[in-house]
Design a protein around this ligand. Structure first.
Ligand code: 5RP
Length: 278
């Protein structure tokens, strides 16, 4: 599903609380730029996220929400922060453990409310050994979160199996996430991305995945995904691992909120990269 304008949120039969929280996350043009810094929950102090608070400080003015665990939120983000928080509430695995798919719910709904979360996010691992458990985690989380008017963002995770990221697999995962009650689904961009968006009755946002070779590649897939109906991005490593993260986020923002083409975003990036703070 795509949102033509922000007022689409107001026409639905969602509770006021859910609509209000979604309206904080999804901007008036119906689009959004979420900045994920949750990677440490299974990757530890991954490069450029050793001190998450410092990494994201110059990026905060250009994102619409932060996707983060409670631990990093409490210890690295000032409580006077005004940006909406999407709280990562699944985990329990690590890069060196047996299986990244073996996640459970790690944070209670009371804690999400205490932290003033605008949404909660959880990964599902369709096709994995833990498909059943992670899908039931999602269903349970939706039941608990919606009791308090909190929307759930489902993350269609692939663990280390990055080759799974094709339209057939991602459309299956996104649709299942929506069927189980996710209000927003975060997935990867892929070839024929319209198949993924068209089969998903709730808004879709795109993750970036591991860092790609050139900025142009990122701009190309973000622009293509937006054209094919994504409402925005939840994109981390290809922003904060870049040597010019501020130029990167501003250029991605130009696509998401300013309808810039990949070409225009590249020109903007080249122009900004020597002017703005790294
Ligand atoms: C990691 C996540 C991230 O939020 C997601 O993958 C987006 O980040 P990136 O653009 O770096 O892939 O769910 O667990």
């Amino acid at each position: 599903m795509t949102l033509e304008t922000h007022s689409d949120l107001g026409r639905t039969s969602l509770s006021w609380g859910i609509r209000n929280r979604l309206a904080r996350l999804i901007q008036k043009d119906g689009h959004c730029l979420f900045l994920p810094i949750d990677h440490g929950y299974f990757q530890g102090p991954t490069t450029k996220l050793e001190k998450p608070g410092e990494t994201i400080k110059p990026l905060l003015p250009y994102c619409d929400a932060i996707f983060v665990t409670r631990g990093v939120l409490r210890s690295c983000i000032d409580a006077d922060n005004k940006l909406p928080i999407i709280l990562r509430v699944s985990g329990g695995t690590s890069m060196v453990g047996d299986d990244l798919a073996h996640e459970g719910i790690t944070t209670s709904m009371r804690e999400a409310i205490r932290l003033n979360a605008s949404a909660v996010g959880l990964s599902i691992f369709v096709g994995s050994k833990y498909e059943h458990e992670t899908l039931l985690n999602l269903a349970q989380l939706v039941d608990e979160a919606e009791e308090y008017g909190i929307p759930v963002m489902a993350v269609t995770a692939v663990g280390k199996e990055l080759e799974k990221r094709d339209a057939r697999y991602l459309s299956l995962s996104c649709r299942i996430a929506a069927e189980l009650g996710a209000r927003v689904v975060k997935t990867y961009w892929c070839e024929n991305f319209d198949k993924v968006v068209d089969g998903c009755p709730v808004p879709v946002v795109m993750a970036g995945g591991p860092r790609v070779d050139t900025e142009r590649e990122v701009f190309e897939f973000v622009a293509d995904g937006m054209q094919k109906g994504a409402i925005g991005v939840n994109l981390g490593r290809n922003i904060w691992k870049n040597a010019y993260p501020v130029a990167m986020i501003k250029s991605i923002r130009a696509i998401v909120h300013g309808k810039a083409t990949a070409e225009e975003a590249t020109t903007l990036f080249e122009d900004l990269k020597h002017k703005v703070m790294r």
